[in-house]
Design a protein around this ligand. Structure first.
Ligand code: PLP
Length: 370
């Protein structure tokens, strides 16, 4: 059982699926059902090595697990040999500090494209370490970066998908300086232009995996510029030299990421999972748009996020009725981000077609004249 391929596991009986509550919270994405079954079995025993909950990172089996996770990441995301893959901890929020601390080098400044809540958070944190040049997003899907002086500005930071605002940068900008990308909420939904990227990072609990693992993909020629005083476990160069094993890596979170990557491979790779995700988001936006008497989604269609679907009720007086009806149908987690409000449905890689269909039915029935 523990060794079976993830797609061998039978899907749960339809009855169990019908009783499940679907949680659309953006804070953590659901794992695909076959992956959960596989992990549950491995928690008891993984390949005769004992429980996956207590994997000793010093063992050969764990080294192999890390190697294979890195190799699959590189293959699925088409990461070239110019870049290294680091497995760190601290979440995307730690990277808000670690990107400037590792990449500034002799430059005293960094540029930040401000497209919403999370990019602002990243810029505020960087402001503790360097001068930040804030660039306003004009809402264009192909926003163009201004001329940036590479002697003074170390990188241009962008948030590829604004989880709280519901917008996605469809085209990542071309700039004279390397890009630093927070891809926490849309990683594994598309290929990235690695030749423009200095560093790309994400916390794994949203798009794929569980909290505890932070993926950092960094261009190798940018390693070795960390500011003196950066803790060794957060020094990209030290972690690169040591294969992300300066100290104990988050082995269980790595195990989960590996299981999701196997599932992605078995499902047809990035093209297949991102096509399915795009189809689910189109289905949901279509229902929101066609129920315009009850709902509205404000993000311009050219930049609507496929993973963070933000919308709201036309009539705030029906909010209670809406949340009661959602609860009755086994739908949870629709409250928008605390800073932006409204409603939001996350559509991550592990979100099922059944979950989106149930949500679409709720919206359509709620909007139907009574
Ligand atoms: C959730 C989120 C973060 C914060 O991630 P943590 O793991 O909580 O630090 C950062 N950036 C984006 C785009 C997010 O969606």
């Amino acid at each position: 059982m523990a060794d079976s391929s993830p797609i061998d596991d039978a899907p749960p009986p339809a009855a169990a699926e019908a009783n499940a509550t679907y949680d659309f919270s953006a804070a953590a994405g659901p794992l695909p059902t076959p992956v959960i079954a596989r992990i549950a079995a491995a928690c008891r025993n993984w390949r005769g090595c004992g429980s996956a909950l207590s994997l000793p990172f010093t063992s050969e089996a764990c080294r192999e697990l890390m190697r294979d996770t890195r190799a699959r990441m590189c293959r699925v995301l088409a990461i070239p040999g110019t870049h290294d893959v680091l497995f760190l901890q601290g979440g995307a929020s730690a990277q808000f500090s670690l990107v400037p601390l590792n990449l500034l080098g002799q430059a005293g400044s960094a540029a930040y494209l401000i497209s919403g809540y999370w990019s602002r958070r990243a810029m505020e944190e960087a402001g503790r370490y360097c001068n930040v040049r804030a660039l306003d997003w004009n809402g264009a899907s192909d926003w163009e970066a201004p001329w940036l002086d590479e002697r003074r500005i170390a990188y241009l930071h962008v948030t590829s998908n604004e989880t709280a605002d519901g917008t996605q940068l469809r085209e990542l900008p071309h700039a004279r300086v390397p890009l630093a990308i927070d891809m926490t909420s849309d990683v594994f939904t598309r290929h990235l232009p690695w030749e423009r990227i200095g560093v790309a990072y994400c916390a794994m609990q949203k798009a794929i995996g569980v909290a505890g693992l932070t993926l950092v993909v960094v261009r190798r020629d940018l390693l070795g510029r960390a500011r003196a005083g950066v803790p060794c476990v957060f020094d990209y160069a030290a972690q690169s030299t040591n294969g992300s094993r300066v100290n104990t890596p988050p082995m269980f979170a790595l195990f989960v990421a590996h299981a999701v990557l196997e599932w992605i491979d078995a499902s047809g790779g990035l093209p297949a999972v991102s096509t399915a995700l795009a189809r689910r988001s189109r289905q949901l936006y279509k229902v929101i748009d066609s129920c315009a008497s009850a709902f509205h989604a404000d993000a311009p269609s050219a930049v609507r996020s496929p993973t963070s679907i933000c919308f709201d009720l036309r009539d705030p007086h029906r909010a209670r009725q809406f949340s009661d009806e959602a609860q009755r149908r086994g739908i949870a987690g629709l409250a928008g981000h605390s800073k932006t409000g409204g409603l939001r449905a996350a559509n991550y890689i592990g979100t099922s077609d059944a979950a989106i269909s149930r949500l679409c039915d709720l919206l359509a029935d709620f909007a139907a004249p009574r």
